[in-house]
Ligand binder design. Structure first.
Ligand code: CUA
Length: 295
């Protein structure tokens, strides 16, 4: 049988194409590390995501000198945390899961791109060498807000990076003129290395500054106390600053607050009672004009 030379050429080209297709798929699976999410990976019940140690409070964690773990909750229609900050020259492992429907976690301009399936934890390890800014988008249609589902990933220089957390609040929002106003601050250093930080309290005209060293994975507490009489009656703004972080609020100084509180204390006794009491019991206690815990 005689095959025309053009026919031979096309047959050969078609064969070659099939070989090339198989080769690219193989390269994608082996060479680029593209993998399917499967049951071999860790699983989590979608209903437990909000109670989970990692995903209940999604965050960046330092696990080694240049190693970080990032826990992300992809949910309708946002990422939590919405802004992820990691340092340059780091190896970052992302753990992403969803409490509701299928989403994706795709970092634009990188090869981080995974489906996020309820019940599965998608895991990817990536190295970031240089500072940069990346958009995170969801490319699985997940509902009416799908087009708004986006986040940011910042890779910052080592000097700029920290895992410091500040929490501050007034011990009481209303203080009697004869008492002290107390502003309490908690500063957590979630990095492994110790950091130096400057804590600055401001309350009305009063202020206090302190430089502290916080060891790795340690939390310090500080209280700033000012006699309410020094501030005078009325509302007073307070601010606590730790480096770039700030918390603020307002405290009211009231003359004769204690006298008011004495009248209300019976009600408070009832509320402070046994936590296990049912709502019905509480309602009974509140209705009882004598208050007290005599039951
Ligand atoms: Cu989430 Cu689309």
């Amino acid at each position: 049988m005689n095959i025309h030379s053009y026919e031979k050429l096309w047959l050969g080209a078609a064969m070659l194409l099939i070989v090339v297709f198989i080769a690219t798929i193989t390269y994608g699976a082996v060479g680029l590390g593209v993998a399917m999410i499967d049951d071999a990976e860790e699983t989590i019940s979608p209903g437990d995501v909000f109670d989970d140690d990692r995903f209940g409070e999604p965050r960046v964690e330092q696990v080694g000198e240049d190693e970080y773990e990032v826990y992300v909750r992809a949910q309708t229609f946002t990422y939590n945390p919405n802004e992820i900050v990691v340092p340059e020259n780091s190896e970052v492992t992302f753990y992403v899961t969803s409490p509701d429907v299928i989403h994706s976690f795709s970092v634009v301009g990188t090869n981080i791109n995974t489906m996020v399936i309820p019940g599965e934890i998608s895991t990817m390890t990536v190295e970031f060498d240089d500072p940069g800014e990346y958009g995170i988008v969801c490319n699985e249609y997940c509902g009416s807000g799908h087009h708004d589902m986006e986040g940011k990933l910042y890779v910052v220089s080592e000097d700029e990076f920290d895992l410091t957390e500040l929490e501050a609040d007034a011990a009481a929002d209303e203080v009697d003129l004869e008492d002290d106003v107390e502003i309490e601050a908690t500063v957590e250093n979630r990095q492994l290395e110790a950091i130096d930080a400057t804590i600055e309290f401001e309350l009305g005209e009063e202020s206090q500054t302190e430089t502290v060293t916080i060891d790795g994975q340690e939390t310090i507490e500080r209280t700033f106390t000012v006699p309410a009489a020094d501030l005078g009656e009325g509302d007073h703004d307070w601010t606590v600053t730790v480096d770039d972080y700030e918390e603020s609020g307002t405290v009211s100084v009231v003359d004769g607050l204690e006298d008011d509180e004495d009248e209300e204390s019976d009600d408070q006794d009832a509320d402070d009672g046994d936590d296990t009491e049912t709502d019905d019991d509480e309602a009974t206690d509140d209705a009882d004009t004598d208050g007290g815990d005599d039951e």
